[in-house]
Design a protein around this ligand. Structure first.
Ligand SMILES: [Zn+2]
Length: 351
C-alpha cells in the first residue's frame, strides 16, 4: 500500500481521507482526527473558546477549521464533546470554562430502565444538536470539497453511561442482559438519527464512539452486546463510520473487524503492528499517537517516533489516539503531519 504511494496522483485532503477509509491507494497517508484536536492555544488564536465553541455554531466551526488551517491535518472535526445529544435527551450538563471539558452530571441520571427511555421529539432541533448540524454546514460552505469533514454520533453503550450513570449501567449489564439489550435497542435511534442528520448537513464520515472501553468491559462483552448493533449501524448510516473505543482493545479487534465499519480509531495501549495483524485489512486503522504522555508532555521528536511506528506498521490513517488534552502544544500537533511527509519522502527516495 505505502510502497505504491509514489505512483498515485496528488490528492486533496478529502480524497486522501476517504480513500484511506476504503483501503484504496493514497498519495500519502492522511493525518486524521476522528476526535477533538481543540486546544486552548487554538481557541485563543481564533477567539472561539469553550464553552461557547460547544454551543455556538460559528465558534464551533471556527475552532474546528484550525485543525486544517493551523495544524495541517487532512480532516476537521467540530464535535469536540461527547455530550451534545445527551444534552438534547435531557441530561444535566456541567458546561465548564475554556480550559475544561463539559460533562454530564452523573449524580442525576435521567433513566434507569427501558420503560423510562423516551427520545424527545426535538432531538435534532435542540440547540446542542442543532449547533453541530449548523457547524458542519458552515464548514462545508467555507472549506468547500477540499477537506474531509468528520462528524460524530455517540453509540448506545455510551448513551447508557450518560443517561443512567456508568456504575448503574455496568451493573445492569452484569445482572440483567435482557434489560440491557432492551435499553440499547431503544437508544439506537438516537445514534442513527443524529448520524443521518450530520450526513444531510455535509459530513463525509462519522466517528461513532461507543465506550465499551478496555478497562471497563471485556472483549466478550463487545461480542455479546455491541457487534450486531454496530453491524446494523453500518446498514442504517450510509457513510464511512469510524468506531472509537479507548483503552486496550486487541481482545475485541477481531470482532470489530467483522462489523463492516470503515475504520477503527485505536488507542496507544495497542501496538500498531499487532493491531494491523489482527485487523488484516478488513477495516482501516486510525491511530495511535499517545495523548497524556507523548502529545501532552513530551516533544516533537517523540511525537515523530510514534507516527513513524504507525507508518512502518502500515496503519492507514495517522492521528492522536483520542480527544487531545486542551493544554497540548500546537508545536507537538504540527509534528504529526510533518513526520508523515518526511516518512513518505524518505520512502519514495528509497524505492
Ligand atoms: Zn477515547
Amino acid at each position: 500500500m505505502n510502497a505504491n504511494a509514489s505512483t498515485v496522483a496528488p490528492m486533496t485532503p478529502r480524497q486522501r481521507v476517504l480513500a484511506a477509509l476504503k483501503r484504496e491507494p493514497v498519495d500519502r497517508t492522511p493525518v486524521c482526527n476522528p476526535t477533538s484536536v481543540a486546544t486552548v492555544e487554538l481557541m485563543d488564536l481564533v477567539d472561539a473558546h469553550f464553552p461557547n465553541a460547544n454551543r455556538d455554531p460559528r465558534k464551533m466551526a471556527l475552532l474546528a477549521a484550525t485543525g486544517h488551517t493551523e495544524l495541517g491535518f487532512d480532516s476537521v472535526m467540530p464535535v469536540f464533546t461527547i455530550i451534545q445529544e445527551s444534552s438534547a435527551l435531557g441530561c444535566k450538563i456541567q458546561w465548564e470554562e475554556k480550559d475544561n471539558w463539559p460533562t454530564v452530571k452523573m449524580s442525576e441520571p435521567i433513566w434507569s430502565k427501558p420503560e423510562d427511555i423516551r427520545i424527545p421529539s426535538d432531538l435534532l432541533t435542540h440547540p446542542d444538536t442543532k449547533c453541530v448540524l449548523d457547524a458542519i454546514r458552515l464548514l462545508r460552505r467555507e472549506l468547500g470539497d477540499d477537506v474531509a469533514i468528520i462528524g460524530k454520533t455517540m453509540g448506545p453503550w455510551s448513551l447508557g453511561y450518560h443517561t443512567m450513570g456508568v456504575e448503574k449501567f455496568l451493573l445492569m449489564s452484569l445482572d440483567d442482559p435482557d434489560q440491557t439489550k432492551k435499553c440499547l435497542d431503544l437508544m439506537k435511534q438516537v445514534t442513527v438519527d443524529f448520524g443521518r442528520a450530520q450526513i444531510d448537513a455535509g459530513a463525509d464520515a462519522l466517528t461513532l464512539p461507543d465506550h465499551a472501553t478496555g478497562d471497563l468491559v471485556s472483549g466478550d462483552y463487545y461480542d455479546r452486546y455491541l457487534k450486531e448493533m454496530h453491524i446494523e449501524f453500518v446498514d442504517e448510516i450510509p457513510i464511512p463510520l469510524i468506531l472509537h473505543i479507548c483503552g486496550r482493545t486487541v481482545d475485541r479487534m477481531d470482532y470489530i473487524a467483522q462489523t463492516g465499519m470503515a475504520a477503527f480509531h485505536f488507542d496507544s495501549k495497542n501496538d500498531p503492528g499487532e493491531s494491523m495483524g489482527i485487523c488484516s485489512h478488513r477495516i482501516s486503522l486510525i491511530g495511535n499517537v499517545n495523548n497524556p504522555e507523548t502529545l501532552y508532555s513530551k516533544g516533537p521528536e517523540d511525537v515523530e517516533a510514534e507516527v513513524r511506528k504507525n507508518l512502518d506498521a502500515g496503519v492507514q490513517l495517522v492521528g492522536p489516539e483520542c480527544a487531545i488534552p486542551l493544554q497540548t502544544s500546537i508545536e507537538n500537533l504540527k509534528a504529526i503531519p510533518r513526520a508523515v511527509r518526511d516518512w513518505h519522502r524518505e520512502h519514495v527516495s528509497n524505492n
